[in-house]
Design a binder for this molecule. Sequence first.
Ligand code: MV4
Length: 494
Amino acid sequence: MFKKILIANRGEIAIRVMRACRELGISTVAVYSEADKNALFAKYADEAVFIGPSPSSQSYLKIENIINAARETGAEAVHPGYGFLSENTHFASACEENGIVFIGPPSHAIDAMGSKITARQTMLAAGVPIVPGIEEGITDPEDAAKVAENIGYPIILKPAAGGGGIGMKIVQSSDELQPALASSQSVARNAFGDDTIYIEKYLTEPRHIEFQILADKKGKTVYVSDRECSIQRRHQKLIEESPSPVMTEELREKMGSIAVKAAKAIGYVSAGTVEFMYSRGDFYFLEMNTRLQVEHPITEMVTGVDLAKEQIRIAAGYPLGYDQSDMRIRGWAIECRINAEDPLNDFSPSPGKIKRYRSPGGPGIRVDSGVYTGYVIPPYYDSLISKLVALGKDRNEAIARMERALYEYIIVGVKTNIVFHKAVLRNTRFRSGDINTHFIKEENIIESVKSIAAEDYKKGASLASALGADSRQIAAISAAVGSYLSQQKAGEKS
Ligand code: MV4
């Protein structure tokens, strides 16, 4: 086993990986930017190397600096977390060339999923179902028109080099095609330096369902659990659950085996995720994420598998210690991403100082976070404060525990999306499990966020005035929507 690992990431995921290292008896090296010099992850590590005065995310993208930090500290392996360099083949190769183990897939497996067209070709050849469409790039508008006519409208244009929805265009009819193609190409050229576009049939109400897989270096690949990730806004996931409400034993067996087939088709090793779109009983390969994902804890909660540890064990050459038939799902887990953002102002980021912080606990609750009271959330990175995860014996218990945990959560100083999560969790359609990727829009969740915020505000104000607060205090207490009761109590004691 490795003796020392460098974690090339920040925030909660750096801590998550270091926790795995600590349990495995591996010492840890953090790398940190100027903006992160007071961050918890840098304090948690056994050693911390300053990698740059640049306060923006640039520090965590400088391959050379990170390789140097690993060499100087004698780290034998590097864990990239998610985002930053986690799916960068140059980084994986640079590690390989410097005799440092990249804790993730081989660079050729990252490459295989880089171009969406190549990925479609590979999956088609392997017998993995893909959305009806083409496996070649399109540049000529007349070719595009013919292809679109063949597939049948509505269609969707996607950049080959893309991901995350950038440059995608839905086209409802032939007269919209030419401007949509031009726009898609121009966005793709700017974002990826490559304006290759391909065409797929547009699915109107898909669910996003993904499968966690693990593959060791001996050729064994298993699926761990499925995750439902349909609750998202502008391609940003906000709530995930495992299993998916539509999942049956039979469907899991079918989709899981295909996820394993997809991984094997590219010689995958490490933890990975195969994404599918699911619509009315049919499912199609979408893309594969070659990293540990933000939402990995819900899979850990329902299976008992420690994915971060498994990644490290696999990278060190250990075989998986179990077979597919040993894998069991027990209970139901939900994750809410708690972000420093204002759901009442178009989810605009709300960085700044956390003046008061108390995270929930009790039965079935897990909080992965990198913040503390007095910590200043820098404006340069993502706005994730924590991942709040609730495990229950079934979906109803998981929801009840999540609502209870949201009630307990105190975060003062920055705006958070806690009230947004409350609004989704009490929605009757969400409770019935009838969701798709357009849920937030279709259910007009923002309107219920407004009314819950107003409700909380009123309760806070009446409580504060009953306790003899002056108008300034009432305003302050009321403004802290979502945790007014706890704040009142905490305020009494301080
Ligand atoms: C689609 C689609 C419908 N039909 N492709 C958006 C991001 C990228 N990963 C794939 N995306 C989609 N591709 C076809 N043929 C709808 C989406 C989509 C989506 C997919 C997964 C999760 C959330 C989504 C939100 C909006 C649109």
